[in-house]
Ligand binder design. Structure first.
Ligand SMILES: Nc1ncnc2c1ncn2[C@@H]1O[C@H](COP(=O)(O)OP(=O)(O)O)[C@@H](O)[C@H]1O
Ligand SMILES: [Mg+2]
Length: 191
């Protein structure tokens, strides 16, 4: 997910998630989660299958409605705002169901970011992994919320991380610290 700043606004908090809960019918998929992504940061959300990563992204992009809590983009509440309007405002995501390592997804991410920044020609055409793309986008100051199955790489290419377990944030901190944490190593890094 790329978060592109509207230059007219001067807030350092690009995305703020405050105490949101999300249900699928009787199933509570997210329970009272809070996260923030500051301008220029790469923040990753890691968690096992079923932890709620996709649900978090779907909720930010307006595809699911939280039962409680608030989501703010550049300081303004965005719950209930239509997905296409959020894209126009600077929130873009690679499509569901595509491999996050697939070149297509990378290109789409880059093109979307380029389109939103209106500097398409600056984008290199040879950027061949999602992580090269992330480093490239990051170097241009775009803010990224990275949700990735590969926790090792995600922690290596991000500034801060949140750990989601069965719909709850159980740890957060600088990615370097989490990558060195014995619990994270055992549960997510296979070390
Ligand atoms: N469409 C759905 N209907 C009912 N439950 C769902 C649906 N999508 C996801 N869930 C449940 O919500 C929880 C979080 O899923 P998900 O956000 O896909 O996790 P992740 O992306 O981390 O693998 C899981 O328990 C999953 O079974
Ligand atoms: Mg998922």
């Amino acid at each position: 997910m790329l978060l592109t700043q509207n230059s007219k606004l001067k807030t350092s908090f690009m995305l703020t998630i405050e105490n949101i809960s999300v249900n699928y019918g009787a199933i509570e998929a997210l329970t009272n989660i809070s996260m923030r992504v500051e301008q220029g940061e790469v923040v990753t959300l890691i968690g096992a299958n079923g932890a709620g990563k996709t649900t978090t992204l779907r909720t930010i992009t307006g595809l699911l409605e939280p039962t409680e809590g608030r989501i703010l983009f550049e300081g303004k509440e965005i719950q209930g705002v239509a997905t296409h309007k959020l894209v126009a405002r600077g929130i873009s995501m690679s499509p569901e169901g595509r491999g996050v390592f697939a070149n297509l997804s990378v290109r789409e991410n880059l093109q979307m970011g380029a389109y939103l920044r209106k500097n398409k020609t600056e984008i290199a055409e040879d950027v061949d992994t999602i992580f090269e793309a992330i480093d490239e986008i990051r170097s241009k100051g775009t803010t990224i919320l990275l949700v990735e199955q590969n926790a090792h790489a995600a922690l290596h290419h991000s500034d801060r991380a949140y750990v989601l377990e069965t719909g709850k944030i159980v740890m957060e901190g600088p990615s370097k610290e989490l990558a060195a944490d014995p619990r994270i190593k055992e549960a997510y890094l296979g070390e």
